[in-house]
Design a protein around this ligand. Structure first.
Ligand SMILES: [Zn+2]
Length: 188
């Protein structure tokens, strides 16, 4: 069943590409909204200009952004989303995300280092809700662009740096947990 549907999908894709090649298919470019008949751009829904350009930028995958959001709060995840928007060329969306992250700083002052850890308490769940709202907005509309980016052969941004920053931010919270737990166990 899986093979069959995959074969049908490939067939449909091939038909679309060959139709585009003969000039029968036109589509709207998802970035610049212009009508294009570029046969190479059908799969990614990008015109020739936007395809070359999006393939040259590095973007971060959505799962990485969401994992960072759940385990590390909105800051690193939101920064990756804002960076992606900036690289895609939507400076306004990038700016709005940054403004929301600045608003989250108030939450950081309230929750302290625990803001960078997964939610474990009722307060933590509230923080998770705030994080989900901010990252939900920050990643809305990013999916199709990332798919187009992948089809156009674009490369992913570097994972190592954001993950290291996330771990560094979580370190003070982890240390407080560690000392609290050892104090309970050893009665110190
Ligand atoms: Zn375009």
């Amino acid at each position: 069943m899986g093979f069959l549907s995959q074969a049908i999908e490939q067939q449909a894709e091939a038909a679309l590409v060959s139709a585009a090649r003969s000039g029968e298919v036109s589509f709207l470019c998802i970035r610049c909204d212009r009508v294009s008949t570029d046969p190479e751009g059908v799969k990614a829904s990008l015109c020739g200009t936007c395809r070359k350009w999006i393939a040259a930028v590095r973007l971060y995958p959505l799962p990485l952004i969401w994992v960072l959001a759940v385990f590390n709060g909105p800051f690193v995840a939101g920064t990756l989303a804002a960076l992606s928007w900036k690289r895609i060329g939507d400076i306004r969306k990038a700016q709005i995300v940054v403004v929301q992250l600045v608003a989250c700083l108030a939450g950081l002052l309230f929750y302290g280092p625990f803001a960078f850890l997964p939610p474990v308490t009722l307060g933590g769940l509230l923080w998770l809700f705030v994080t989900a709202a901010v990252i939900g907005y920050a990643t809305a509309g990013l999916g199709p662009l990332l798919t187009a980016h992948r089809s156009a052969g674009g490369r992913q941004g570097n994972f190592i740096m954001p993950v290291l920053v996330a771990l560094a931010l979580a370190a003070p919270g982890l240390w407080i947990w560690y000392s609290a737990i050892t104090a309970i166990i050893w009665g110190g």
